[in-house]
Design a protein. Structure first.
Lengths: 129, 251
């Protein structure tokens, strides 16, 4: 039976949803970013493209949970930009989450040993005396 | 808006209005700051997008940015965000009433008919095997009587005297004209025919059971599909809300 494309897409989306937040934290771990620059870094680093607006709900969640702080900075190339940086709590959480992620990734990529081949059952013939 | 041409500004403003419409329940200060941030992003993305056609450039920017509902997800209190597909609540209520009035009674009626049919089929099976059993029983009785007539004629006479065995009319006359051994043989032949018919009936009954089992499997499969369809319909009613809270990165 062939698995439906809808089901596959739904699972891929769920998988990315969790990992994208970690990826955003990873980028901010290296330095502060504003929304557009964050998207550019993520797009250039990975082979996946993403809807740019997707990062804003993530940034909103991180901000609400006190994991990032933000500040407006004037730009000479256009409107002011809102920069985000991880707080101390955010950095600690990222350290823990990235360790957890490494463990999970190694679990998925593990080369599992193939099961022992099972001998086919032998037919027993009972002769009546 | 910023340094856009008129047409591009109109397209960008229209998009910002759609984002703003999604932010109705967000406090005004927070709303303004978020819109300012989105505006800044769109402007920079527009500047970085190559191309001669301004309209095509802004459309590419907006397409890459995503739907307003997805962008404002998690900004709303209590996650009130909805996807582009809006739910029409009165229509759902009317649909529910129609299902309650017509769908459920019809469904219950169909299930009733199905149960009745299954009951009738079970009755046919029981009646068939009862008939086959009777034929076998009569065959066995004739065999016993034939053996008695052939090998124990005195016992036969006693059974006739006390009225357990009686032959009337034409079969009785025909039977009385035969010698005892032939009477016994005739009874054994009739018994053999009956037993053979009974055994043939049992063999056919096995086929009948297989057919009935097939029909039952079909009926239960149909019921299972009916239940699954109903369950999917119920789940389908909850999907728009779940979809609204999803983040949509695309490949």
């Amino acid at each position: 039976m062939q698995y439906s494309d809808d089901g596959k897409e739904r699972r891929i989306t769920q998988l990315r949803k969790g990992i994208l937040e970690l990826a955003v934290m990873g980028v901010l771990y290296q330095g502060r970013h504003y929304g557009y620059s964050l998207v550019r870094v993520l797009s250039e680093a990975g082979s996946i493209s993403l809807k740019e607006g997707t990062v804003y709900p993530i940034l909103g969640r991180l901000d609400r949970d006190g994991l990032v702080r933000s500040e407006w900075v004037e730009s000479d190339q256009g409107p002011p930009r809102k920069y985000y940086a991880l707080t101390a709590a955010g950095r600690r959480l990222f350290d823990e989450l990235s360790q957890e992620f490494t463990l999970l990734a190694s679990l998925v990529q593990q080369k599992w040993r193939a099961p022992e081949p099972v001998e086919p059952a032998r037919k027993i013939v009972v002769r009546k005396e | 808006m910023d340094n856009y041409s008129d047409v591009v500004a109109r397209i960008a403003n229209d998009y910002m209005d759609r984002v703003k419409a999604q932010l109705r329940s967000v406090p005004p200060g927070e709303q303004d700051e978020f819109l300012k941030e989105i505006r800044s992003h769109l402007y920079e993305a527009y500047q970085q997008t190559p191309g001669e056609d301004d309209v095509a450039r802004i459309l590419v920017v907006l397409r890459n940015f995503g739907e307003p509902a997805d962008v404002v997800a998690d900004r709303l209190p209590g996650k009130l965000v909805r996807s582009g597909a809006q739910r029409n609540v009165p229509l759902y209520v009317i649909g529910g009433i129609f299902i309650a009035l017509f769908g459920l009674p019809l469904g219950a009626g169909a299930v009733g008919v199905l149960i009745g049919l299954l009951g009738a089929l079970a009755g046919i099976v029981v009646a068939y095997f009862a008939s086959v059993g009777s034929v076998l029983l009569v065959g066995a009785l004739f065999m016993l009587l034939g053996l008695v007539r052939w090998f124990l004629p005195h016992a036969w006479d006693q059974l006739v005297t006390i009225g357990i065995i009686r032959f009337n009319d034409t079969p009785g006359d025909f039977f009385d004209n035969l010698p005892p051994a032939e009477q016994g043989l005739l009874l054994i032949v009739v018994a053999s025919v009956l037993i053979a018919a009974g055994l043939g009936g049992l063999w056919l009954g096995k086929r009948l059971l297989v057919g009935m089992r097939f029909l039952l499997t079909l009926a239960f499969d149909w019921l299972r599909r009916l239940a699954q369809g109903a369950r999917r319909s119920l789940r389908g009613g909850e999907q728009p809300h779940a979809k609204a809270q999803r983040v949509h990165p695309t490949t």
